[in-house]
Design a protein. Structure first.
Length: 429
């Protein structure tokens, strides 16, 4: 009972502290906005956290763009919609939800722009703005058009790739996966220039690695999110969070490696796709597939070539786009792939120094996957990103035009509004 009472008193004390004009997270955001309105950007910078300044202050163009956009929004007025604490263990964090006014208030439909400011209470110099009697001050750590329940989640996308990211397994996993996509892109470029994929990858800073010697990776592999060192090539059954396994495929036994598998080792057993192994992300040279589909294909190939069965876990797929950056074999200039069932694929060793498995005498046939048609006009080894982007842009524009037409038609049929219709949209990031 006493403990519950103490917690209640502590919560009341914190709420009172937030209410003080010189200490609360809302006051920090409002002071930041006042400095922007006065075009005193040096003062505005002082309301950012130390981590924000280290990570983003050097990007002058991006920071200038932020101040330009925010000054235009502030000129229209704003409201603080919500202020509440966040659940970041070991840290005192909060979010301030700001809604900026409509640039065209005279219109029938009013459109506001909402922004989430995520703050952290940290040590500050005695003469710093907003510092309290304990030498602490609320500072803006990141801002986003999306709402999150922790500062750790809010900052993850922004701090990814910088040295200021918090040490969390989720962030480590994302950085390792980012490295895996960089390796995949290097493999795509290698295939375009050599007509096939490498036999094996060595990883780290090994000067005998084909992606390094050929210049597709500069000096070293991407850093592992877990160790902070260049990613290593390891055995398929090894336990090595943040490292990868590479398997090259010669489907028709002609000595040309027209395919590959690239598998990321993780840390969370609940995300692993094979029972008893730590593989939690899979990329391949086949057409875009979901993670569980790729796991099924790899399990079939492993059964066919190594004669061993992998038990699929059916783990949930991560909420990110699947497939990656690799074109079909035709786009990569690797010729027509062999029809499954006509030949037994020859699979290279899954890691440096490990002998290739011997195929069984009667190996099951991997399931057939029809190759995706090559992009129109794409040359050997090229991924027609521009054409895809243009097509996506045309489709989005058509949908927006159709939506606008429906909205205008509805407004024309609707009776006069008693009060303006409020539509919330995301603001500038």
């Amino acid at each position: 009972m006493k403990r519950a009472l103490c917690i209640g008193v502590l919560g009341a004390v914190l709420l009172c502290a937030w209410a003080r004009a010189d200490e609360g997270p809302q006051a920090a955001v409002e002071s930041h906005f006042a400095a922007i309105t006065a075009e005193d950007y040096t003062a505005a910078d002082r309301w950012f956290s130390r981590a924000f300044i280290r990570a983003f202050k050097a990007d002058v163009v991006k920071l200038n763009a932020y101040y330009t956009a925010r000054r235009a929004q502030l000129a229209r007025g704003y409201n603080i919609m919500d202020v509440h604490a966040l659940s970041d263990p070991g840290r005192e964090t909060a979010v301030v939800v700001v809604e900026f006014g409509d640039p065209h208030p005279e219109a029938v439909v009013n459109i506001t722009e909402r922004m989430y400011y995520y703050l952290i209470r940290e040590k500050a110099a005695a003469d710093a703005p907003g510092v309290d009697s304990h030498g602490l001050a609320w500072r803006i750590d990141i801002f986003d058009a999306l709402g999150f329940d922790t500062l750790a989640n809010a900052r993850r996308n922004h701090y990814l790739g910088t040295r200021a990211a918090w040490d969390e397994d989720a962030g480590r996993e994302l950085r390792s996966r980012q490295g895996l996509f960089r390796i995949q892109w290097a493999l795509t470029q290698f295939a375009g220039g050599h007509g096939q994929y490498p036999l094996r990858l060595l990883g780290e800073e090994n000067r005998r690695d084909e992606l390094i010697t050929a210049g597709y990776l500069t000096g070293a592999y991407p850093l592992s999110g877990y160790s902070g060192k260049p990613m290593r090539s390891v055995g398929f059954k090894d336990s090595a969070a943040g490292d990868f396994t590479y398997v090259s495929i010669d489907a028709n036994g002609d000595g040309q490696r027209e395919g590959y598998w690239l598998l990321l080792h993780g840390k969370d057993p609940s995300k692993a796709y094979f029972r008893g192994l730590d593989i939690d992300y899979i990329l391949g040279s086949s057409a875009s597939l979901g993670q569980n589909e790729l796991a099924q294909e790899f399990a079939a190939l492993w059964q066919a070539t190594a004669g061993a069965q992998l038990e699929l876990t059916g783990a949930s797929e991560p909420l990110v786009p699947q497939g990656g950056l690799v074109p079909t074999p035709e786009q990569a200039g690797l010729g027509t792939p062999a029809v499954p069932g006509t030949e037994t694929p020859q699979m290279a060793a899954p890691s440096a120094g490990e002998a290739a498995p011997t195929p069984p005498e009667t190996a099951p046939t991997p399931p057939e996957v029809a190759p995706a048609p090559p992009a129109e006009g794409a040359g050997p080894g090229a991924l027609d990103v521009q054409a895809l982007a243009q097509q996506a842009g045309r489709e989005l524009a058509a949908k927006l035009v159709a939506l606008a037409g429906r909205i205008l038609a509805r407004i024309a049929r609707a009776p006069p509004l008693v009060e303006p219709l409020i539509v919330h949209t995301y603001g500038f990031r």
